[in-house]
Write a protein that binds this ligand. Structure first.
Ligand SMILES: [Zn+2]
Length: 115
């Protein structure tokens, strides 16, 4: 609309700085900072990324120069399942929130979130 954004002090806002999460496997940008897994590929490959939104609406991403993904910690042996009521197994994909004790913990968290 051509109307400039102003702060309560009356200063003009030229760009907005914000943080998003980017999947380094498929380069999908997630706006929700609480997500742990990529919505497109489902992997645990989200990293924090700084963006700025320019006055014309374009988004500029700021990545570290020469950024390289470290693979340390990605290859490890999986422990055996212990079973029982407490689900202390590793969280490997987002579907594990939909079953077992994590499902009830998530429902309980959302129930008290509304209050
Ligand atoms: Zn992805």
């Amino acid at each position: 609309m051509g109307i400039p954004l102003l702060t309560p002090d009356g200063q003009r806002i030229n760009y907005l700085k914000n943080f998003v999460q980017e999947c380094f496997a498929c380069l999908t940008i997630e706006r929700d900072p609480t997500k742990q897994f990529c919505s497109k590929c489902g992997n645990n490959t989200l990293l924090k990324l700084t963006i700025s939104i320019n006055p014309d609406g374009t988004m500029t991403c700021y990545r570290k120069k020469g950024f390289k993904v470290k693979t340390k910690g990605f290859i490890y042996p999986l422990p055996m399942n212990k079973g029982g009521r407490k689900n202390e197994d590793l969280l490997l994909c987002e579907d594990q929130f939909l079953m077992g004790s994590r499902k009830y913990a998530k429902m309980r968290k959302e129930k008290y979130k509304d209050r």
